[in-house]
Ligand binder design. Sequence first.
Ligand code: ZN
Length: 292
Amino acid sequence: MKTLNIQESGLISPLDIYEFGSGSPRVTFTAGIHGGEVTGIYVAERLIEYFTRNPPCKGSVKILPRCNPTATRCLQRRSPFDGEDLNRIFPGSAQGSLSHRIADAVWRETADADYLIDLHCCGQHGLPYLLGIYDESDKARALAGQIAMPIAVQSGGTAGQLFTDSCRRRGQAAIIIELPSGPSSGAINPGVAEQALDGLLSFLSRIGVAAGHEKDLQPAFYGPLLDICVPESGLWTPQACRGETLKAGQVVGTLDGKPVYAPEDGFIMTVLPIGYIFIDDPWVVTYVVKRP
Ligand SMILES: [Zn+2]
C-alpha cells in the first residue's frame, strides 16, 4: 500500500492506494468519493482482503478505498474543507482547492484502468444497481453486462463525475455501483455488500483476474431512474414495495388517504416508508423502465 498526501494551504488528505499483481487487464476500484457512502468503502476493503489472500491470477487490481477520508470521518457527501462534491469536479486540478487536488490525484491514479468501478451508496430504501452511460459507451455497457448483479440503470450523464468523464474523455470502461446503506448514517448494509462482492468476483473470474467465482447472472438494462411525486404535503402510506413490477394505473400508496397512481409500466427501485411528506420532497417512489 502506498499513500499520497494531497495538500493545500496546510490541509492534508491522505489517499491510500492498494495494488495487486501487474499488467493487463487492469481493474481499478474507487470508493468513498462521497464520504458518507460507507457500504461502498466496506466492499472496497473486502476486495483488499480478498486480493491480499488471493493475488490476481492474471493482470492487476488497484483499489482506492477512501478517496475523501475527511468527508468519511464526518459521514457526509461533500468535503468539510471546501464544500465541494468530489464527484462533480473531475478531472480536478493540481492548483485548485483541496477537493480539486484530490480529484486530480484520483484522475491520474485511474488513468491506466481498462475497467474502472466506482463504489457508491444510494440511501436506505432502494435496490442495488449498476449505473452507466450505456447509450454513449459500448465499453461501459459491456463492463456492466459482465457483473453478476440484476439491475443496470442508465445514468443521466452529469459531467464532472469520475465514471462519466473517464468514459468520455479517456474512452475507458467505467461505471458506478450504487449500494443501499444500512438503517442509519454510517451504517453498512452487509447483505447488499455480499451481493456486490459476489457480482464483482464473478466479473473478475470471467476476465481471468480471479478464479472460481463465476455466477450465471447478468443484469437487465433499464432507462434512467424516474420519480413518482405527490402534488401536496401530507401523510404518505406506501402500498408498493421495491423490487415489484409496476403496472400503469396501479395504486403505489396513498397521500392523506387519496390514492397515488403509477404513471406507466416499470420496475420499482425505491419506496419511501410511511411518514409525513412535504411538497418539496422529490419523490415517494422511484422506478425504471426496461430497455431492449
Ligand atoms: Zn455517491
